[in-house]
Write a new protein. Structure first.
Length: 249
């Protein structure tokens, strides 16, 4: 509650400063448009067909690519985490590719997947998949060994150990990776919409607005992106809180 009130105070200060600077034209409108202009741009995005389609296309690409990337990251993370031999074999490749920014892969991905929705989704999968993969591996490695030993003493099968101990120990790492991964995913989707093109998408909307020097629309697009990111993270956190009810025990 205290944190929420602090956030409110900070928001009021920012809005007050914004109103003051824009009203008295202390900062040129091209750099700091009026709040009214930004609200009008938000109204366009939220209440017109084209505006809604821009949001929906970005959401669709983000959600589809994130779900696929997270699934692949979790499965491969469990495989690499459970088998040191397999991990050692692929360690160099994993470390090499995770060090490359996803945006640097745009040209190569366009060669293989073209210029449509597929290339954007594949970029999102790449961005989120690696984050979830690394976190899942770390989660498996940090499973409490004493619990696994106790399970083996009680003749638990490998499947039971995996399902009832390792997975449970790994969940916090997986969800941490998912929350980071969904943010990276959204970033890459937005950037791909800006530079790869397409008819709809918040990234394209922001790019087109910047070309027209429509700063109010750029800010409105940024607000929408931030809101989407917050909602997606809250959704993942709500699932995490329901699933990982034993934390701290």
């Amino acid at each position: 509650m205290i944190s929420f009130k602090k956030n409110q105070i900070i928001l009021y200060i920012i809005i007050s400063l914004w109103l003051f600077l824009s009203y008295f034209k202390i900062v040129k409108p091209i750099f700091l448009p009026s709040i009214i202009d930004v609200l009008l741009s938000l109204k366009y995005l939220l209440f017109t067909t084209d505006g809604i389609l821009n949001i929906l296309f970005t959401l669709k690409r983000t959600i589809i690519s994130f779900l696929i990337g997270a699934f692949i990251g979790i499965i491969l993370g469990l495989v690499f985490g459970l088998s040191k031999k397999i991990y050692d074999y692929f360690e160099g490749i994993i470390n090499f590719f995770r060090s490359i920014p996803a945006t640097a892969m745009f040209p190569l991905f366009m060669v293989f997947f073209g210029f449509g929705d597929l290339v954007k989704i594949m970029m999102g999968i790449w961005a989120s998949g690696f984050v979830v993969l690394i976190n899942t591996i770390q989660g498996v490695w940090n499973s409490k060994k004493n619990r696994i030993i106790m399970a083996k003493i009680k003749n638990a099968t490998k499947y039971q150990i995996l399902r009832k101990i390792i997975l449970y120990e790994t969940y916090p790492y997986i969800f941490a990776g998912m929350k980071i991964g969904v943010s990276w995913n959204l970033i890459v989707i937005i950037v791909s919409e800006m530079f790869i093109g397409g008819k709809y998408g918040i990234g394209k909307f922001i790019y087109d607005s910047s070309v027209m020097l429509d700063t109010a629309s750029v800010i409105a697009g940024i607000i929408i992106i931030g809101t989407i990111g917050i909602l997606l993270n809250h959704f993942i956190a709500s699932i995490e809180n329901k699933l990982i009810h034993w934390r701290g025990e």
